[in-house]
Design a protein around this ligand. Structure first.
Ligand SMILES: [Ca+2]
Ligand SMILES: [Ca+2]
Ligand SMILES: [Ca+2]
Length: 321
C-alpha cells in the first residue's frame, strides 16, 4: 500500500537533486556539438548501404541468368525442326525427280533394242548357209573320205594303185583308182549303168546306191530320176524340152535358180555335151539336142558336200540319144 501524495514530493525532490548534478556535467562535457554530430553520422551510415547494395546485386544476377538459360535453347529448338523438315522435303522431291528421269530414259532404250534384235535374226539366216562345207578329204586326192569307201581306195593314200594318177582324178574320168589305166569303174563293178525306160539316156552311178523315178513336183509331164546316196542326200536328174540352141532362153524362163545365166561355168563333158555348172557346183545343165537335162545335188538336211567328185563323174558319163 503506497501513498500517492507522499511519492510526489519525493520524486520532485529527487529531480531537483538530479538537475543539480546534470548542471554540473553540462559545463564540463560539450554535449550539443557531439549530439548533433552523432545523429548526423548515424543517419549517413544507414541510407548509404541501401541504394548501393540493391542496384549492384539485382541487375547483375537477373540479366545473366535469365536470357542465357531460357531464351537461347527455346529459340533454337523451335527454329531447327521446320528447317530439317523442309530440307527432307527438298531431298525427297529431288530424288523422286531423278528417279523419274532415269525411268523415262530406261524405257526409251528398250524400244530402240527391238529393231536391233530383228537385225540379229536376219543375220542368223545366212550363217546357216555358210555352215555348208566340203567333206573331209584326209589325203587331198579329190575324193572325200566317204567317197573313198564307195570305190575301195585308201583314205590316207592319194594314189592307191600307184600309177601316178590321184584317186579323185581317176574317178572323175571314170577310170578305176585300183588298177592300171585301161580298166574303168564299170569294169570293176564300182558303178552300175542307169538306162531310162525309153532308152533316151544312160549314165553310171555308184553300185552301192539305189535308183528310183518319180513325177516331177513342178512339171508333171516329166519324170525325175533319183539316185539315193548312203545318206539323206540325193542326186536328181530331169529332162526338159527346149528349142535347140536357145538354152539361155530356156534358162531364164525355166531354171529353178536365182543365179544369173552369165555366172554359170561352161564346160564340155567327157561325152562331148555342153554343160553349164552353177557356182556352188551343185547344179548342172546339159544341153543335148532339143532337150535340157538338169542334174541337182540335193543336200536335204546335210551340211557337208561329200559326193561332189561322184556327182561330176555321173555328169561325165551321161549320154542322150
Ligand atoms: Ca581322199
Ligand atoms: Ca585316196
Ligand atoms: Ca592312181
Amino acid at each position: 500500500m503506497f501513498d500517492k501524495t507522499q511519492d510526489k514530493p519525493r520524486a520532485g525532490a529527487q529531480k531537483n537533486k538530479q538537475s543539480d548534478e546534470l548542471s554540473d556535467f553540462v559545463i564540463n562535457v560539450m554535449p550539443e556539438a557531439f549530439k548533433q554530430k552523432k545523429t548526423v553520422v548515424k543517419e549517413d551510415k544507414k541510407p548509404a548501404p541501401k541504394p548501393v547494395a540493391k542496384p549492384i546485386v539485382k541487375p547483375v544476377v537477373k540479366p545473366v541468368v535469365k536470357p542465357v538459360a531460357k531464351k537461347t535453347p527455346v529459340k533454337k529448338k523451335k527454329s531447327r525442326l521446320p528447317l530439317i523438315l523442309g530440307l527432307a522435303g527438298l531431298i525427297l522431291v529431288i530424288t523422286l525427280s531423278i528417279l523419274g528421269w532415269f525411268a523415262i530414259q530406261s524405257v526409251e532404250p528398250v524400244e530402240q533394242d527391238i529393231p536391233t534384235d530383228t537385225t540379229v535374226d536376219e543375220v542368223i539366216v545366212p550363217d546357216v548357209v555358210i555352215e555348208i562345207r566340203s567333206g573331209s578329204d584326209l589325203d587331198s586326192d579329190g575324193l572325200s573320205d566317204i567317197e573313198e569307201l564307195l570305190y575301195g581306195t585308201d583314205v590316207r593314200d592319194p594314189d592307191t594303185d600307184g600309177d601316178t594318177f590321184l584317186d579323185g582324178n581317176e574317178v572323175f574320168h571314170r577310170y578305176s583308182p585300183l588298177g592300171e589305166a585301161p580298166q574303168t569303174l564299170l569294169d570293176t563293178g564300182a558303178v552300175d549303168e542307169y538306162r531310162s525306160e525309153d532308152e533316151v539316156m544312160t549314165l553310171t552311178y555308184p553300185a552301192q546306191w539305189s535308183v528310183a523315178t518319180e513325177v516331177d513336183s513342178e512339171f508333171e509331164e516329166t519324170q525325175d530320176v533319183i539316185f539315193r546316196t548312203n545318206s539323206t542326200a540325193t542326186i536328181r536328174l530331169a529332162g526338159f524340152k527346149s528349142a535347140e540352141g536357145d538354152f539361155s532362153d530356156w534358162y531364164s524362163d525355166s531354171a529353178r535358180t536365182s543365179e544369173d545365166f552369165s555366172e554359170l561355168d561352161v564346160t564340155l563333158t567327157k561325152e562331148g555335151y555342153m554343160a553349164y555348172i552353177g557356182s556352188d557346183g551343185l547344179l548342172a545343165y546339159i544341153e543335148a539336142g532339143d532337150m535340157v537335162f538338169v542334174f541337182e545335188y540335193d543336200l536335204a538336211d546335210e551340211l557337208e558336200i561329200v559326193y561332189l567328185q561322184t556327182f561330176q563323174m555321173m555328169i561325165n558319163s551321161f549320154v542322150a540319144k
